[in-house]
Design a binder for this molecule. Sequence first.
Ligand SMILES: Cc1cc2nc3c(=O)[nH]c(=O)nc-3n(C[C@H](O)[C@H](O)[C@H](O)COP(=O)(O)O)c2cc1C
Length: 186
Amino acid sequence: MKKIDAPNTKAYRLVYPKLVVLVSCIDPTSGKPNIITVAWAVPLSINPPMVGILIAPRRYSHEIISKAREFVVNIPTIEILDKTIKCGKVSGRRHDKFSEFGLTSKPAKVVKAPIIEECVAHLECKLTDQITTGDHTLFVGEVVAVYANEGVFDGEFMNVKKSRQIYQVGGDSFTTLSGELYKQET
Ligand SMILES: Cc1cc2nc3c(=O)[nH]c(=O)nc-3n(C[C@H](O)[C@H](O)[C@H](O)COP(=O)(O)O)c2cc1C
């Protein structure tokens, strides 16, 4: 098969589609909550449980998470695609994304940042490290509480038929999984 070169600056697009998450946080000074849409989120460790999110330094959420040292990774589904995209188009510096986009903030179990009720799963995180990676910052979070809507997580797997998570293909293109599972017999 002939291999076609792609520009190096488009390398990240070859590891798409990526699961889209909504990260909620709260400004410790003003007490104002915020939401940022993030496609660059990644598990970093099983035990201790750790996840990473990558945020560009100019984002308001970058400032908040650096100060508050905690955040929540919320998993949205296709039913709230429109709100999920909107949270990724405007800045919390000038907008209240919870009220403007009709998303509900609910108290988290451990951290001060609220969870987003309309999402189906939530990972509350305390910041343990902050690493500059080129033009983004990797925020390393230790997961301190994790829970999901009934029927969405069976203790082992996310139910991809029940909750259709959003995957970004690139730019303004999104997809979901069909729910078909391919299992290797052992
Ligand atoms: C689908 C989607 C995925 C995004 N993924 C990221 C990401 O991984 N990292 C990032 O820094 N910005 C990402 N963005 C852009 C931010 O969500 C956007 O700049 C947002 O308005 C920042 O809000 P804030 O200034 O309130 O923090 C994404 C936007 C969209 C629509």
